[in-house]
Design a protein around this ligand. Structure first.
Ligand code: F6R
Length: 249
């Protein structure tokens, strides 16, 4: 696991965008696994800027991690809307395929199967992740077990509370979501997890320093051979840098 710490989210976003660019430039049809939430906009801002200097995402396939159940694509808090607003509508040339789970599908199990077949056909080259304060990745919440495939998840009360900041009231936050499972995440060739702010400092320290356990879903990233944590000083503030340096030597 590599850890890169930046002065601020904007610089971290530029770094994550440059990792993305490297994948895009070295892969004929790059498949990018994308995330939403308040952490990713600095990455998307940087990708939009880099397009002016030659970055071309038009051959890319994008596959988003998750979507709320019950929110239509044009609902302001849907992840479809988020992605259009922060990335897709700002690009001169959109990715050639954009995939986001359909949270309004009549048959949600069928939607999960459909999504898994998209992932099977398009193995992910680079997976971008945020992290919940409870350690979730995608919406794989802390539990006794982790689900491998795309599935319907009941959001934890922590997540509902955390995400209520985007809604008028906590009652409006959907209680369920569709999320990619941990298998698709772990099968990505490269993973970049971004986290900013002191509110993420406890979970980042736990995920880096604790043993792998399903109550802290992001700890499974320790099993992956190419993971980079892209942090700002605040989210990195509780890491034990000495132990990290020792474990590297
Ligand atoms: C979003 C997602 C979530 C978020 C996480 C952090 O697509 O999969 O795991 O990355 O909840 O959210 P923020 O960035 O809002 O703190």
């Amino acid at each position: 696991m590599k850890i890169r710490v930046f002065d601020n989210p904007a610089d971290a976003g530029i770094y994550a965008a440059s990792l993305t660019e490297r994948v895009v430039e070295t892969t004929p049809t790059p498949v990018l696994g994308l995330a939403t939430g308040s952490t990713t906009p600095p990455l998307y801002d940087a990708l939009v800027s880099m397009e002016q200097y030659g970055l071309d995402l038009s051959e890319a396939v994008t596959i988003n991690l998750d979507e709320y159940i019950g929110l239509s694509a044009n609902h302001e808090q849907s992840y479809h809307h988020f992605m259009n607003h922060h990335l897709f509508s700002r690009l001169r040339k959109a990715p050639k395929e954009i995939h986001i789970p359909d949270g309004t599908a009549a048959d949600l199990n069928e939607e999960c199967h459909r999504y898994d077949s998209i992932i099977r056909k398009n193995p992910i080259d680079l997976q971008i992740l945020g992290i919940g304060k409870n350690g979730h990745i995608g919406f794989n919440e802390p539990d006794d077990l982790l689900v491998l495939n795309t599935h319907v998840v009941n959001l934890s009360s922590d997540t509902i509370q955390a995400n209520s900041r985007f809604f008028d009231s906590v009652d409006e936050v959907p209680r369920q979501a569709l999320t990619m499972g941990v298998q698709a995440i772990l099968q990505a060739k490269k993973i970049v997890l971004m986290a900013f702010g002191t509110e993420k400092s406890d979970i980042i320290a736990k995920v880096v320093h604790s043993p792998v356990r399903t109550e802290l879903p992001a700890t499974i990233l320790q099993l992956h051979r190419d993971v980079t944590f892209v942090l700002d000083r605040d989210s990195a503030s509780k890491l034990d840098m000495n132990s990290l340096l020792l474990s590297r030597s």
